[in-house]
Design a protein around this ligand. Structure first.
Ligand code: ARG
Length: 483
């Protein structure tokens, strides 16, 4: 680009668009785009985040072109050095991003031309922005998968530490948000560790299917140049080149898979967030969130609001919105590339950011929270939560069929309800009034501590089970967390 053109570019955005754009594709155009066209067409504000991937892809492509004798090594050296300069400029915040150059690919290429002149024009041999953008986006998403996985592992560690500390802490377990049976707090937290293992498994699946390289598909049909797609794919850490050039440039299922896994993961985080909102309320008072993850009220001095948990609960909507948005954008597109697909990145990037923030906030909340063991223990016994233990005793000791035991227990519960007391507060006479064969031994199973201790079946809530499950989960974490 001449100095004169550069100055024009700086001075007048719309008129300059013609001269700048014509560098790339303006051969058959006599007029430049309108300002509105430029605005709707530009993606640089979004896709500049892929600069490192774009430059890595270009370097791999250039190296391959030289190796295959498609461009000279002198041109290749100039291109590689120029790309390194551009990488440094961008990282130093010195790079002049231009809207009139549409996207990251054309911004980089135009700057390369400014820096090294004519050899820059050879970089795009045997390549199109279609395979370029698919490659960049996949590389970016692959990093996103890895970062999300690491963040989830950190959250699991925080949950495991709390689960271990609360292996013996008894709380009510709920169904229908009605007190159901006593459980241990550690066991409750370990339920989320399991969910996060599956979330990480879904990300691992996504990564594995994603890892095929689109580069070399060119616009859609491949190229007549003798390129080596295995070389570029390997250089960029892909497992293999994508098999079909039309598929390679036209699908975004890898982003959809991430967003679908992210939506499910965000749903899990949202449920935990909802529980924290409930647990930290004055009425429950099971858990106290740290100052660092609570906010005050501007009018009510007593308030400690669980804002971070509420926002985690809210963000699942945005993350799933990104999934829906991309799915609907893609669903009617004929093969191969359509400019609609430029809209694939903005919401996907936002969802990756949102999820990272949710996981980080949740990790902080979990690590910092303190449990009110007394309140949890007291609540664990409310609502006749050991009724199942009573029924099980009737089955075990009196050899009653479970259905009959259920009926007898229901009558004992009704009696306690009538008397306004707990099951353990009834006298032996009261119990024997319902079922004469009941003995003093029954009282042993009516306490919540005995109840949780007795639940030793595989996957059950007993403190010993929790301690073993924490150890087992830590082992799984060491082997990558996805098996
Ligand atoms: N900015 C475009 C995108 O994100 C790059 C691909 C453009 N390709 C094309 N044929 N216009 O999708």
């Amino acid at each position: 680009m001449s100095d004169k053109t550069k100055n024009d570019t700086n001075a007048q955005s719309s008129a300059s668009a013609q001269s700048s754009a014509s560098t790339m594709w303006g051969g058959r155009f006599s007029a430049g785009p309108s300002a509105v066209m430029e605005k709707i067409n530009a993606s640089i504000d979004v896709d500049r985040r892929m600069y490192a991937q774009d430059i890595a892809g270009s370097k791999a492509h250039c190296t391959m072109l030289v190796a295959q004798g498609i461009i000279s090594s002198a041109d290749g050296d100039a291109i590689l050095a120029g790309l390194d300069t551009i990488l440094r400029e961008i990282e130093a915040g010195d790079f002049p991003f231009k809207t009139e150059l549409e996207d990251i690919h054309m911004n980089v290429e135009a700057r390369l031309r400014e820096l090294i002149g004519d050899p820059a024009g050879r970089l795009h041999t045997a390549r199109s922005r279609n395979d370029q953008v698919a490659t960049d986006f996949k590389l970016w998403m692959r990093d996103a998968v890895d970062h999300t996985d690491q963040a989830l592992a950190d959250l699991q560690s925080a949950l495991l530490d709390q689960a271990e500390a609360h292996a013996d802490t008894v709380m009510p377990g709920f169904t229908h948000l009605q007190a159901a049976q006593p459980v241990t707090f550690g066991h409750h937290l370990l339920a989320y560790v399991e969910m996060l293992f599956r979330d990480r498994g879904r990300l691992a699946d996504c990564r594995q299917r994603l890892n095929e390289c689109p580069l070399g598909a060119a616009a859609l049909a491949g190229t007549s140049f003798p390129i080596d797609r295995a070389q570029t794919g390997t250089a960029l850490g892909f497992d293999r080149p994508a098999a079909n050039s039309m598929d390679a440039v036209s699908d975004r299922d890898f982003a959809l898979e991430y967003l679908s896994a992210a939506s499910i993961c965000a749903m899990h985080l949202s449920r935990l967030a909802e529980e924290m909102v409930i647990w930290s309320s004055a009425q429950f008072d099971f858990v106290r969130m740290s100052d660092a993850f609570s906010t005050g009220s501007s009018i009510m001095p007593q308030k400690r609001n669980p804002d971070a948990a509420e926002l985690v609960r809210a963000k699942v909507g945005r993350i799933n919105g990104a999934y829906q948005g991309l799915l609907i954008m893609m669903k009617g597109l004929p093969l191969t590339y359509g400019k609609d697909m430029q809209e694939d990145k903005e919401q996907t990037f936002a969802a990756v950011d949102d999820l990272a923030l949710c996981i980080a906030a949740m990790t902080g909340m979990v690590a910092d929270m303190t449990a009110n063991k007394q309140a949890m223990h007291a609540a664990a016994g409310e609502g006749f939560t050991t009724a199942t233990d009573l029924a099980d005793w009737l089955v075990r000791v009196l050899d009653m069929p479970f259905r009959d035991a259920h009926h007898v227990t229901g009558r004992v519960v009704a009696l306690a309800e009538k008397k306004g007391c707990g099951l353990e507060d009834l006298s032996l006479d009261d119990m024997q009034g319902v079922e004469p064969r009941i003995t003093e031994d029954i009282f042993a199973v009516l306490g919540v501590d005995n109840s949780v201790r007795s639940r030793t079946s595989q996957g059950g809530t007993s403190p010993d089970n929790v301690r073993a499950a924490v150890a087992e989960a830590r082992k799984r974490m060491q082997s990558g967390g996805t098996s």
